[in-house]
Design a protein around this ligand. Structure first.
Ligand SMILES: Nc1nc2c(c(=O)[nH]1)N[C@H]1C(S)=C(S)[C@@H](COP(=O)(O)OP(=O)(O)OC[C@H]3O[C@@H](n4cnc5c(=O)[nH]c(N)nc54)[C@H](O)[C@@H]3O)O[C@H]1N2
Ligand SMILES: Nc1nc2c(c(=O)[nH]1)N[C@H]1C(S)=C(S)[C@@H](COP(=O)(O)OP(=O)(O)OC[C@H]3O[C@@H](n4cnc5c(=O)[nH]c(N)nc54)[C@H](O)[C@@H]3O)O[C@H]1N2
Ligand SMILES: [Mo]
Length: 698
């Protein structure tokens, strides 16, 4: 079937005569780059997925993962029919059933629970697709109408996001393209080559034009290898480093007093705090040489324009929100915002005027205020009984666009919760993931090649449209279609449940984005000022960069940023002396692509990078199997004695499917469910462990 032939044709007669279509789309993955795709379709089959050369941010290039997108969509393990459990919970045993049987039964189960209390039903979703339509549009309408529990979607970015909002006023910052003209770039808590490849191209351009690149990361990443300087600080000590930089800016008078005076709030208080952080103190806390801090401060204080590419890697610790507040204060101190190539970028997502009220229809709650559960504590929450404080026990879970059994912290508890025989679980998926193994019903969902969607980005400021390139594989249905079908069975008759996907795409921005342009070229650029805060105009309550946040103070929190040591502070436990971080493996996207053979072959197997000294004192050799454990649990993998690990810190590269790791567990077996200072985020990188060699042949 050629679903959208004609609409998707390039104006190229020779191509169309051969029945080969080039369909413009958008990469759906949770990555700052949000690339524009071109899928080549031959006789209804997607034969190649490439980067759109016309889209300047994509520039015709894709990462290795997404260039395998067709391989993923036609994967032999792709789910082709609805499946119903026919073994014990979690056994992974299923039998195919028809769509009507599955949907009728699911609707009946949800109706029964709703009659008692709809809040016993919990949606669980994240960013398997970042699309505004296959993400929270029809799904949100459905759950709002039902009155189900609300989900606080904190698992990735909420600590840093909240830190940014409380300082700059929104998820806003430099336009990414201007990094190419910076003279000093701090790549802070980010492995650009692995997870933000198109930014790295801009950094390379700046480097060729004489810019200095500094990487601030406990791990010696491939990005750190290619920067001029690598500051390998201990996890969770970024605020201490930021305060020491401020200290040096103050004592050397590298401050832009005019900018501070006109465009910031709370300088006296911040100044007083910063003066308590001479470089010697920070060097002690961060575990780096004093001279490195002093040199960085001098570079930052005297190079113009200086830019910071902050990313989410550094906010997955107790003090992550405060650390972002401290770092986001730096550009105002030196007046870096005055120029387009100066300032900071953590996320651009606040630039997009998405009409979420129209897409998600919170008005369908009709005055009800359901409880909100934090997705980062799903392990504990699935194990809670009904109580006045908690509300009803969770009786049904509908999972889409996420693989919580692999990605949520403290997975021992997550698995225990998902294994409850009295929990009714539906999983919308492409593959039988660890989470799908625990379902009562698995429903096959379409991939990005098979559906419409519209995309924002957190790394640039273009809107992208995704057209379907091929017909759904097998009996797969879109997320939207599945929720429409459930809505119909539950008798939800609001006309919004009949909106089709193209209508939803148009609704996302309404008249604010030229939809014809999206149809014609696949992307549209938002009008964003080149140097947004050159003259202040921060989207905060005061219009200033808020070193002091009255909103935080009103919540009884510290109004100024501070350094908050990790919950699990390195050196504080004799039993578990090593700090563990678990950043992504380059060829996976969280737990997506782990089952794509050509990519898994590149990664090999789950690895723990460990410094030679830490390995030697434990009798661990490279390639040996090890146990990584703490009071929460244990996982096993191969040790890689590696210069990428600093002393005292081990790097457990993620996020493998549990069932593809040795002994059926992964790195989240040891991470904790504690939450960050701001935003209620997870603390994946605030985790102490011990590592021990396993006997040969284990
Ligand atoms: N290839 C690939 N790309 C991805 C992803 C993926 O899984 N694979 N995931 C995507 C997602 S969901 C996200 S949120 C983004 C994340 O994008 P980034 O936030 O850029 O995250 P990472 O590349 O994971 O970089 C995190 C880096 O932070 C370092 N780090 C860990 N703890 C600390 C700390 O305390 N301080 C400092 N300064 N650094 C620390 C880690 O060693 C790692 O190199 O990437 C996206 N892109
Ligand atoms: N230890 C540790 N844990 C981490 C992290 C870490 O750095 N260390 N990173 C964290 C971060 S930053 C994030 S964002 C989370 C990510 O966690 P998740 O958002 O759960 O991301 P994925 O693991 O990629 O799982 C997404 C799932 O959605 C499915 N999917 C994709 N598109 C569609 C669709 O259109 N329809 C349906 N129904 N399904 C679809 C995919 O097949 C995939 O199985 O993990 C977190 N977990
Ligand atoms: Mo993320």
């Amino acid at each position: 079937m050629t679903i959208h032939s004609g609409q998707s044709l390039k104006p190229d007669a020779a191509v169309s005569a051969l029945q080969v279509l080039q369909v413009r789309g958008a990469c759906p993955h949770d990555c700052p780059d949000t690339c524009a795709l071109v899928t080549t379709v031959d006789q209804g089959v997607a034969v190649r997925v490439t980067g759109n050369p016309d889209h300047r941010h994509t520039d015709g290039a894709l990462c290795t993962k997404v260039s395998r997108y067709a391989e993923r969509s036609y994967h032999p393990d792709r789910l082709l029919t609805p499946l119903k459990r026919n073994g014990p919970k979690g056994s992974g045993r299923f039998e195919p059933v028809g769509w009507d049987e599955a949907l009728d039964d699911i609707a009946a189960r949800l109706r029964g629970i709703t009659a008692r209390d709809p809040q016993a039903i919990l949606p669980y979703s994240y960013a398997g697709t970042m699309g505004q339509v296959q993400g929270e549009a029809m799904a949100a309408r459905f759950f709002h109408r039902l009155g189900a529990s609300l989900l606080d979607r904190t698992i990735c970015a909420s600590a840093g996001g909240e830190g940014l909002v409380q300082t700059l006023g929104g998820k806003v910052g430099m336009k990414v393209e201007h990094f190419a003209a910076s003279k000093l770039i701090l790549i802070w808590g980010s492995n650009s080559i692995g997870s933000n490849l198109h930014f790295w191209r801009l950094a390379q351009q700046a480097k060729r034009d004489g810019a200095r690149l500094v990487c601030i990361d406990p791990r010696r990443t491939e990005t750190a290898d290619k920067c001029h300087e690598h500051i390998a600080l201990r996890p969770g000590t970024d605020a201490a480093l930021a305060f020491a930089l401020m200290h040096e800016l103050i004592v050397n008078n590298w401050l832009d007093h005019d900018y501070i005076e006109r465009h910031t709030l709370g300088w006296d208080g911040l100044r007083e705090r910063a003066l308590q952080w001479p470089p010697e103190r920070a060097a002690e806390v961060c575990g780096v040489p004093v001279q490195q801090i002093v040199d960085l401060a001098r570079a930052y204080g005297t190079t113009k324009p200086a830019a910071i590419r902050l990313n989410y890697g550094m906010q997955r610790v107790r003090g992550g929100g405060n650390a972002v507040r401290a770092i986001a204060s730096l550009p105002a101190l030196v007046g870096a915002w005055r120029e387009p190539a100066g300032g900071l970028l953590l996320s651009a997502s606040g630039q997009f005027p998405v009409n979420r009220a129209a897409l998600q229809r919170p008005d369908l709650l009709a005055g009800r205020i359901p409880r909100t559960l934090n997705m980062s504590t799903i392990g504990d929450d699935l194990l809670r009984e009904s109580s006045p404080a908690f509300g009803p026990k969770v009786e049904a879970l509908i999972v889409y666009n996420s693989n919580p059994v692999a990605v949520a912290p403290e997975s021992g508890k997550v698995v225990q919760g998902f294994a409850r025989e009295d929990l009714f679980t539906v999983v919308l998926e492409h593959f039988q993931t660890d989470t799908a193994d625990h379902a009562d019903y698995i429903l096959p969902a379409t991939t990005q090649l098979e559906h419409w969607d519209i995309h924002t980005s957190y790394g640039h400021t273009d809107v992208l449209l995704n057209r379907p390139a091929i017909a759904p594989v097998g009996q797969a249905r879109t997320n939207t279609d599945i929720f429409r079908a459930l809505a119909a069975r539950l008798g939800f008759d609001d006309p919004c449940f009949a909106d089709d996907d193209l209508t939803l795409c148009r609704m996302a921005f309404g008249a604010l984005v030229d939809f014809q342009q999206l149809l014609d070229q696949g992307y549209a650029t938002l009008p964003v000022p080149e140097a947004p805060f050159a003259h202040g105009n921060f989207p905060t309550a005061s219009g200033r960069c808020e070193f002091f946040s009255a909103r935080l103070a009103a919540q009884g929190l510290d109004g100024l940023p501070d350094h908050l040591p990790n919950f699990e502070l390195a050196g504080s436990s004799a039993q578990f002396p090593l700090a563990m971080i678990s950043p992504p493996a380059r060829n996976f996207l969280n737990s997506s692509f782990v089952n794509v053979t050509s990519l898994r072959d590149i990664e090999g197997e789950p690895l723990l990078e460990i410094h030679a000294d830490d390995a030697a004192s434990r009798g661990i050799a490279s390639g040996q199997m090890v146990r990584v454990f703490n009071q929460r649990g244990e996982y096993r993998c191969k040790a890689s004695v590696s210069r990428r690990a600093r002393p005292g810190v081990v790097n457990g590269l993620g996020i493998w499917w549990r069932k593809m790791g040795p002994f059926g567990t992964n790195v989240n077996e040891v991470t904790s469910q504690r939450l960050t200072d701001l935003g209620g985020g997870p603390v994946f990188y605030d985790c102490l462990v011990e590592v021990a060699a396993l006997p040969e042949g284990t």
